[in-house]
Unconditional design. Structure first.
Length: 167
């Protein structure tokens, strides 16, 4: 599959939640956190780690709500296993990040987990599949991984330019 096809898949992942007003509300707080975090506070601190962790917990709870509406809990051990694993991972990493930020002990780990631009990218791109707006696919996962670093750089550059413009 050519890189252009993966780019189109990524663009599709980004636009799907905006196709219906009912589905966009689960992802708008992530966009707001990403934009405000990049524009107003480029430096990582413990407070930002807490905010990032809370964002992950809220998104994980939203994903769990969407997945729980699919039916009984029997499907945890069937084809719905991957979405539940991703949801549980998001909730666990979010809770761990909040605790890390509140404790103010491990600055290096809080810096890694507190970077909003990277976690927000994954939360935004996984959202359509987690919220069952589109089915899980290998091509979507590959597209997300291929464009993770370029997206991080683009978000960083946009935030940097926005901070310069506000000064």
């Amino acid at each position: 599959m050519p890189v252009e096809a993966y780019l189109l898949k990524l663009i599709h992942l980004l636009q799907v939640p905006f196709g219906n007003l009912n589905t966009v509300w689960g992802i708008l707080p992530v966009y707001a956190t990403l934009i405000l975090g990049e524009v107003y506070d480029a430096k990582m601190n413990y407070g930002r780690a807490v905010v990032n962790g809370v964002m992950m917990i809220l998104v994980g709870a939203d994903w769990a709500w969407h997945l729980s509406r699919a039916g009984s809990w029997d499907y945890i051990f069937t084809e719905m296993k991957l979405p539940w694993i991703v949801t549980a991972s998001c909730l666990a990493v979010g809770a761990f990040t909040v605790i890390l930020g509140i404790r103010r002990k491990d600055k290096k780990l809080a810096t890694i987990l507190g970077h909003t631009r990277f976690s927000a990218y994954f939360l935004i791109t996984l959202y359509p599949m987690q919220a069952r707006l589109i089915p899980w696919s290998e091509s979507a996962l590959v597209a997300i991984l291929i464009f993770a670093l370029p997206a991080w750089l683009l978000i960083y550059l946009c935030g940097y330019l926005a901070r310069l413009a506000l000064k």
